[in-house]
Ligand binder design. Structure first.
Ligand code: SAM
Ligand code: SF4
Ligand code: SF4
Length: 346
């Protein structure tokens, strides 16, 4: 027997985000800062990483529980060899209506066509600035802005439309460049989404005074390019939508810090090493890999996933907001070990 599962606050399980690798060819200061992820950093060995068969098995077990959308992420998902095969496999699972990917875009030049042909429905490309210097500072200077722009062009050529462009806004770092980014994509049909910088993980030394709120972001854009709100597409849509009054396109803001949206949060996350995580701010997650590898039946595995979701009480961002946006004790030994962004993929 299977039916849509709901957590302790009646939130359904609708999306699964899978981090397909913990590796990345960027060193974004807010995610994998170069000083902590140097050349000697030890990434996960292959035997700890879920293979495609294991990922697809989890996917086929969560569909009867309510999942309709899959998002591939990482680390940088396009560093995972043969990713198109995973997309092909996911396409064959009845009930999966939408397969999306979040990527830094640098490897799209050689992969966009194949991803499209295998059935990738939607693309989100992360791009924090179209100013080459700001871009380089934020992303650790490993690759250039041109690599990302060429990736977006390749995706357009492959037939992807309405690409989402994710920009994490960090006060004093790239906030002076948000207008340029908005202007660059205005009129292209792509949607820039400005994300409030979040206190995810333990390693980025997050400070509240580095957050530019969505309200401030919108005010700045509205002053030179007037905006009006647009209705959400569906319940649980993370970005609040706005369009340019002159009809030249749309932008979004993701208000994770200033106006949390835990009430509609219907996402589970599967880490590269097979932990099921029910909140971006969770502490570790539930090990599914052991069950996937010890001969546990589908029935028992499915019951375990159901039990995890039914027990879910996560609403971290709302709790932080009511507690007065206190800064987490990021790097101290006393800080609880929270999952990192590159482990759960945003
Ligand atoms: N490497 C891919 C990329 O950058 O698109 C996928 C993984 S990345 C962890 C997913 C998203 O999380 C990116 O859009 C990134 O900008 C966002 N992100 C990472 N750290 C963040 C933070 N501290 N606050 C807000 N967004 C963050
Ligand atoms: Fe890599 Fe994405 Fe994290 Fe940047 S945000 S370091 S591109 S995983
Ligand atoms: Fe969902 Fe956790 Fe983010 Fe709230 S804080 S929206 S529960 S992931």
């Amino acid at each position: 027997m299977s039916s849509v599962v709901r957590d302790q606050y009646k939130r359904p399980l609708h999306d699964l985000r899978v981090s397909v690798t913990d590796r990345c060819n960027f060193r974004c200061t807010y995610c994998m800062p170069a000083e902590k992820f140097g050349h000697d950093y030890v990434f996960m060995p292959k035997d700890q990483i879920l293979d495609f068969e294991e990922i697809l098995r989890v996917l086929s077990l969560v569909v009867p529980l309510g999942v309709r959308k899959l998002r591939l992420t990482g680390g940088e998902p396009l560093l995972r060899k043969g990713l198109h095969e995973l997309i092909r496999g996911a396409r064959q699972i009845p009930g999966i209506e939408d397969i999306a990917m979040t990527t830094n875009g640098t490897l799209l030049k050689r992969t966009a066509g194949q991803l499209r042909r295998e059935g990738l429905s939607r693309l989100t490309v992360s791009l924090d600035s179209v100013d080459p210097e700001v871009f380089s500072v934020m992303n650790g200077g490993r690759l250039s802005l041109e690599d990302v722009l060429a990736g977006i062009a390749a995706a357009e050529e492959a037939g992807f439309t309405g690409i989402k462009i994710n920009c994490v806004v960090q006060k004093g770092v790239n906030d002076h460049a948000i207008l340029d980014l908005a202007r660059h994509f205005r009129g292209t049909g792509h949607v820039v989404r400005f994300i409030e910088y979040m206190d995810v993980g333990n390693r980025n030394g997050w400070k509240l005074d580095e957050v530019l709120t969505a309200r401030e972001i919108l005010d700045r854009i509205d002053q030179s390019m007037p905006l009006e709100p647009v209705e959400s597409n569906y319940v649980g849509e993370v970005a609040r939508r706005y369009r340019y009054r002159d009809g030249s396109g749309e932008i979004g803001v993701i208000t994770s810090v200033s106006q949390p949206f835990c009430g509609d949060c219907s996402r589970a996350r599967l880490t590269t090493d097979g932990r099921l995580v029910t909140c971006l701010f969770a502490e570790g997650g539930a090990d599914l890999r052991a069950l996937l590898r010890d001969g546990t039946s589908d029935e028992v595995l499915s019951a375990r996933i159901r039990e995890i979701w039914e027990g879910r009480t996560d609403r971290y961002s709302e709790e932080r907001a009511t507690a007065g946006d206190q800064e987490p004790d990021s790097d101290s030994a006393s800080a609880t070990r929270r999952v990192e962004m590159y482990e759960v993929g945003g």
